[in-house]
Design a protein around this ligand. Structure first.
Ligand code: BG6
Length: 494
């Protein structure tokens, strides 16, 4: 699949995502020759802006957030020429007709073969209206393909997601819809299937005979920043659980696909989601899922406000900023192996890590009288460090019969620096190539909502179980108890 020329329509072009992720991703792709010269970017938002102002916004964003520098003036000017801005009222079709005319001009100017990528960095309620207006404004009557990239959150629960999907499907076919989960664009998340399926060390052991438990941690040091309005309605479960965490879980748990093709991989992922054991009652939710909210605290010598004091957050909010859950995957490979997942804001470190804890060797009896042998671990470090390490037991040099855990490590980020392509670069490139492997298919999204809705429903019934944790700490003790009850503990993250 080779990249083709296209017009990129960025709805929400004055927003945070465009600034932090999308403009830098486009610049990196350009620098690497992946955009060629046959492209145009149309920034769309309601706010009036001249092309010059828009290009200057793009420049500032690249200087601040891009892994490449924009210090080659000639290259920058060539890149910036492809950017246009149009102020658009997305609720009326007239502006879309104008956009259609502008598209034809840009296609002629840059010799673009009529391919159109509509990137909707908008609130979900606008996905439907924008799609209808794209159709009615004639934007889909192009010579090449048209595809739509949708940002999360894809709905608030299953019924609202279903409604969104119904609206989108009136305009686009499933293979034209690219639902972003940017965790799937991360290098080490994509590496999970290589580590699993290309190594004789791991795949034969990847089951309930040998694995004791799996732990997935997505910890963040940031609070809600300026997203209080959105976050207070969403919470950690919907913001991170329904998408990033369950997607990572599927990558760890899925069966080998028959081919490395998008549909085959997604078929396997959706089977995992179907095998998740839904909690059957509110009591079961409370036994298996812990939720908490950060209160005032401190980190690295800085005082931190509590969640309820954050901007645009209800001062009596009961929204969770942390959750941890024990999840069961009811299939032959995983029966009996708990998956523990946790995520939270204002935790002590920013990290995404998966720990596979192996069952102890029966030979441990040989050492048991004198040593408490640690289990073997495989740790997949997704972010910010990228790499894997395994913890094995080895003899302590010099000592008699003394055993110590040692780490064997592959540190990708140490070798090539923290400069691997950003998730958004990869995903935009994939969407243009028509490769939807690392985008979520509708059945995955629906299945994930079904699982999450059971938890949200129980939480809605009463709020007594909402815990609190000081900002800068590792969350509530109840999350430790989840594992302790099974004889396990969270492995410290690095
Ligand atoms: C987003 C969430 O999807 O992911 C944010 O909405 C979160 O709340 C972010 O901060 C984390 O992404 P990353 O790539 O920084 O781990």
């Amino acid at each position: 699949l080779s990249p083709q020329g296209a017009v990129y329509y960025l709805f929400g072009a004055t927003g945070d995502l465009a600034k932090r992720k999308l403009f830098p991703a486009l610049f990196s792709l350009y620098k690497e020759g992946k955009l060629s010269e046959k492209f145009a970017v149309v920034g769309l938002a309601r706010r009036p802006r001249t092309n010059e102002q828009f290009r200057s916004d793009v420049y500032d964003s690249i200087v601040e957030f891009c892994r490449y520098k924009a210090d080659d003036a000639e290259l920058w000017n060539r890149f910036a020429e492809h950017f246009e801005y149009m102020s658009l009222d997305i609720n009326t079709v007239d502006g879309f007709r104008e956009l259609s005319k502008l598209s034809e001009q840009l296609e002629a100017k840059f010799d673009i073969p009529g391919n159109r990528l509509f990137y909707l960095a908008l609130a979900p309620a606008l996905f439907g209206p924008v799609s209808f207006n794209l159709r009615d404004g004639g934007l889909l009557e192009c010579k090449g393909w048209s595809r739509v990239v949708i940002e999360k959150p894809f709905g608030y629960d299953l019924p609202s997601a279903q409604k969104l999907n119904d609206q989108l499907s009136q305009v686009f076919k499933e293979e034209e819809i690219f639902r972003i989960d940017h965790y799937l664009g991360k290098e080490m998340v994509q590496n999970i299937q290589v580590i699993r399926f290309a190594n004789a060390f791991f795949e034969p052991l990847w089951n309930n005979n040998h694995i004791a438990n799996v732990q997935i941690t997505l910890s963040e040091t940031v609070g809600v920043e300026d997203r209080g309005g959105y976050y207070d309605k969403s919470g950690a479960l919907r913001d991170m659980g329904q998408n990033h965490m369950l997607q990572m879980l599927t990558m760890i748990a899925m069966e080998p696909p028959s081919r490395l093709h998008g549909e085959d991989i997604r078929d396997e992922k959706v089977k995992v989601l179907r095998s998740l054991r839904n909690y059957k009652s509110s009591d079961e939710v409370r036994e298996n899922v812990v939720r908490a909210q950060y209160s005032e605290g401190s980190a690295r010598g800085k005082e931190l406000a509590g969640y309820r004091q954050e901007d645009s957050v209800n001062p009596e909010s009961t929204t969770e900023t942390y959750f941890a859950a024990k999840v069961a995957v009811d299939n032959f490979r995983w029966a009996g192996v708990p998956f523990y997942i946790r995520t939270g804001k204002r935790l002590p470190v920013k990290t995404t890590e998966v720990v596979i804890e192996f069952k102890s060797m029966p030979q441990n009896v040989l050492f048991a009288q004198r040593h408490d042998l640690a289990p073997n671990l495989l740790v997949i470090r997704v972010n910010p460090m990228e790499g894997i390490y395994i913890k094995v037991n080895a003899k302590t040099p010099g000592a008699d019969n003394s055993v110590q855990p040692v780490a064997m490590e592959f540190c990708q980020s140490c070798q090539i620096g923290l400069n691997t392509p950003e998730a958004y670069e990869r995903l935009i490139h994939d969407a243009v190539r028509g490769d939807s492997t690392y985008f979520t298919r509708w059945d995955e999204v629906a299945q994930a909502w079904e699982f999450v809705d059971k938890i949200a429903q129980a939480w809605g019934e009463d709020k007594k179980d909402l815990q609190s944790y000081p900002a800068g700490s590792w969350g509530p003790e109840a999350a430790d108890k989840l594992l302790a009850e099974d004889g396990f503990h969270w492995w410290p993250v690095n």
